[in-house]
Each structure stands twice: as structure tokens, then as C-alpha cells.
Design a protein around this ligand. Structure first.
Ligand SMILES: C[S@@+](CC[C@H](N)C(=O)[O-])C[C@H]1O[C@@H](n2cnc3c(N)ncnc32)[C@H](O)[C@@H]1O
Ligand code: SF4
Length: 401
């Protein structure tokens, strides 16, 4: 592996930080995230925070200079298995290497059933100002099918606590669940909307390769038409409840969009720290023009990650790949077109280094097919394009020129 030297990064391109926590009490049968069941083993809390700090120091030491962080996202896995004292040690480490603006958004993911109210207060007191809680469903039968460790009542308790304690809260739900009827979905939408949380995410269940659900699909899965009808109902009900559907699965009250995820969708830069964390870093010439974009991946297996941190931190990054010039348009659109309002066209050349003229034919093709808005100022999918998002994105594949 060759060492990566991060460049002097122009301040216009936002930089965020993702910190990954790869353990859960139990592995959910639908989940393909880098999360590992603890299986009653002891959480290596101190050791993992030590490793994250080494990863952080190593990543920061490769940088000539770094921009202030726009946001921090503590994700998992189940980060709330870790104590607030452990998180505090980590965030203090982050503050040693990066400038943290006073209005920085610091989100933490949390699972009901893994330590709540008291810990929530402590997390808030160390600087976490947005909690993303994985409720998934408020139906005990569906929660059981999903293999969740919590009941509907425990999810409700955790939601109540989160809303009292944090200024910003996101609630994750899934729909098109095995055995979920339209009537059950209506109940879920009514209950989810009634909490009044600033942000909701409603994900359509997908069967991801290498998961238990993929290998042995559960009974009573929704067919594609039912899932599409459910998606429409989710949007209608949540818009009526005062939310804006600003991304495929994300719904926000005014001024409550997730700053961290917006940066992904707007093709900003991010550093990934922790087992399996992904990063994206841009390199610039002296005039501040992007000359290349690199994607990085850290060692995914927690045990190997812990070992490398101790013995050979240079091995923590298992991949550092330059995104080929002709892949940049697709990668950009894969993110940008997920946003209902799209992104300014100027971001394209500013953030990929590729002149707009180079993708003119692709743009025209997408416009002619009715998938891309012809607006000269933004890249935005049309309603048709949003409905057939893969088709819209595929217009920007290299061989579609
Ligand atoms: C990083 S994950 C995990 C967060 C947290 N550990 C939890 O389970 O609550 C973020 C969200 O992705 C969604 N998700 C995970 N796997 C999914 C799948 N196969 N299909 C649809 N949504 C999924 C869930 O709503 C989950 O809360
Ligand atoms: S709790 Fe979340 S991260 Fe952990 S296995 Fe379940 S869905 Fe995946």
C-alpha cells in the first residue's frame, strides 16, 4: 500500500468526519453494514477508542493541512454500547487535530435497548447535538421478525427521551416489511408523525447480499407494486405531517436536514475513521482546481483493525483508490440526483475537476429521456427521473456517452 499525502485543501470544499463503531448486541438478519454481534463477549471499549485515536492521528498526520470540520457522524453498528466517557475521549482527540466550528453538527446513531436515557444526557453533555435513533417499527410482531433487540414500548421510551434531551433528533423506520399491510403502514406513519421529531428516515427494506434475509427470504415480503404504493403513501402522509421529502428516504421539518448526509449527496469530502470506514478526499492544484478524487477504505474486521492499530497503523487503510476521470460523472450523479432539489451545476466541475462540456452528451440524453431537469443552474432529476432513479443515474455511466 502506498502512503497517501493529503493536499492543501481549499476551504470551499466541505470536509466532514465519520467515526465507525462496528459492534451490536446481535446481528439483525437484514443488515449488511459492517457490524458484528458481541455474542456476550466484553466490548473492547478502551482498546477501540485507543485504535480510533491512532487511526485519527495517522490520517491527520498524512495531511498537510485540514479544513475545519462541517460535521461529525458517529455511526455503527451500535455506538451507544460505548460510554459517554469513551466518546468524550474520542471527541477530545478529534479536537486536537481539527478545528471544530461552534455550530458543528455532531450526530450519533443509537439503538433502543442498548442503554438510553441516562447515557443520552451524558452524550449531549459531551457535545453530541443530534441523535439518530433506529426505531425501525413500533409493532412488536414486525420488530421480532426483524430480529431487533427492543420492543415497541422500549423504542417509544427511547424516542421520548431523545426528543427531550437532544435539540435535533432523527428517527429511522423501515417499510415494506415481511407481513406489513397497508393498514399497518398507515398506523406506523401516524405514530411516527405524531412524535414531531425534526427528521425522519423511512427506508424501504432491501434484501442485501450476504445477509440472512437474502439467503433465506422471510415469508410475506411485499411485491414491487405494493412496495411502490407504500413508498407513495409514506411521502403523502409525511408531507401532510409537515415534513419535506428532500432525499429518497429522508424527510425533514424546516431547517432540520442532516448536515452530514447532505455533504455526501453534494459530493463533499469526508474522512472515515474506524473499522471499515470509507472516506473521500479531493486533491487540488495550486489554483485550487480538483485534480483527482480518492476513495479510501479502512480495515473492516474489528479484530484485525485493533491489531493493526497497535502494530502497524499504516496498514489500517486497506484501500486508497483514485476515481477514474470517466467514472466521476456517474459517482457525482449517484449522490446528487438523490436530492429532490438536486445540486448547483457549478458543483460538478468544482468538485470533480471535469468540465461540464465533457458530459454534455450525457446530460442531453438524460434531458431528452425526461429524466433530468433542463434547468441550466442545477442538476436535478425530474419527477419521472426520481421515480426511475437508477435509469437517471445510469445516463452518466462512462459507456453511455
Ligand atoms: C447504519 S444503519 C444502523 C443504525 C442502527 N444500528 C440501527 O439498527 O438502528 C442505519 C439505518 O439503515 C436502515 N437499514 C439497515 N439495513 C437496511 C435494509 N436492508 N433495508 C432498508 N433499510 C435498512 C435502518 O433503518 C437503520 O436504522
Ligand atoms: S442494530 Fe443496526 S447496525 Fe446492528 S445489526 Fe442491526 S441494523 Fe445492523
Amino acid at each position: 500500500m502506498t502512503a497517501t499525502v493529503l493536499p492543501l485543501l481549499p476551504s470551499q470544499l466541505p470536509l466532514t468526519l465519520y467515526l465507525h463503531f462496528p459492534w451490536c448486541v446481535r446481528k439483525c438478519p437484514y443488515c449488511d453494514f459492517n457490524s458484528h454481534a458481541l455474542n456476550n463477549t466484553l466490548l473492547p471499549e478502551r482498546e477501540y477508542i485507543d485504535a480510533l485515536l491512532i487511526d485519527l492521528a495517522h490520517t491527520a498526520s498524512m495531511a498537510k493541512t485540514l479544513r475545519p470540520l462541517r460535521s461529525i457522524f458517529i455511526g455503527g453498528g451500535t455506538p451507544n454500547l460505548f460510554s459517554a466517557a469513551a466518546m468524550d475521549r474520542l471527541l477530545n482527540g478529534v479536537a486536537r487535530y481539527f478545528t471544530l466550528p461552534s455550530d458543528i453538527e455532531i450526530t450519533m446513531e443509537a439503538n433502543p435497548g442498548a442503554g438510553e436515557t441516562q447515557r443520552f444526557v451524558e452524550y449531549r453533555d459531551i457535545g453530541v447535538n443530534r441523535l439518530s435513533l433506529g426505531a425501525q417499527s413500533l409493532d412488536d410482531g414486525l420488530l421480532k421478525t426483524l430480529g431487533r433487540i427492543h420492543t415497541a414500548n422500549e423504542a417509544q421510551q427511547a424516542i421520548g427521551a431523545a426528543l427531550k434531551i437532544f435539540p435535533r433528533v432523527n428517527l429511522d423506520f423501515m417499510f415494506a416489511l415481511p407481513g406489513q399491510t397497508m393498514v399497518m403502514l398507515e398506523d406506523a406513519l401516524r405514530e411516527a408523525g405524531a412524535f414531531g421529531a425534526p427528521h425522519l428516515s423511512f427506508y424501504q427494506l432491501t434484501l442485501e447480499p450476504h445477509t440472512s434475509f437474502y439467503n433465506e427470504p422471510p415469508e410475506h415480503l411485499s411485491d414491487a407494486d405494493t412496495a411502490a404504493a407504500m413508498q407513495e403513501r409514506v411521502e403523502e402522509a409525511l408531507v401532510r405531517a409537515g415534513y419535506e421529502r428532500y432525499e429518497v428516504s429522508a424527510y425533514a421539518k424546516p431547517d432540520a436536514k442532516c448536515a452530514h448526509n447532505l455533504n455526501y449527496w453534494q459530493f463533499g469530502d469526508y474522512l472515515g475513521i474506524g473499522a471499515g470506514a470509507h472516506g473521500k478526499v479531493s486533491f487540488f492544484d495550486d489554483e485550487g482546481k480538483v485534480v483527482r478524487v480518492e476513495r479510501t477504505i479502512k480495515e473492516p474486521h474489528p479484530r484485525h483493525y485493533l491489531e493493526s492499530a497497535k502494530t502497524s497503523p499504516e496498514d489500517l487503510m486497506i484501500e486508497s483508490r483514485i476515481v477514474e476521470r470517466d467514472e466521476l460523472a456517474f459517482e457525482f450523479m449517484l449522490n446528487a440526483l438523490r436530492l429532490k432539489d438536486g445540486v448547483p451545476r457549478a458543483f460538478f466541475s468544482g468538485r470533480t475537476g471535469v468540465p461540464l462540456a465533457e458530459i454534455e452528451t450525457m446530460m442531453q440524453n438524460a434531458v431528452v429521456r425526461g429524466l433530468l431537469d433542463p434547468d441550466d443552474n442545477v442538476f436535478r432529476a425530474t419527477l419521472l427521473g426520481w421515480r426511475f432513479l437508477n435509469d437517471a443515474m445510469q445516463c452518466f455511466l462512462p459507456d453511455e456517452k
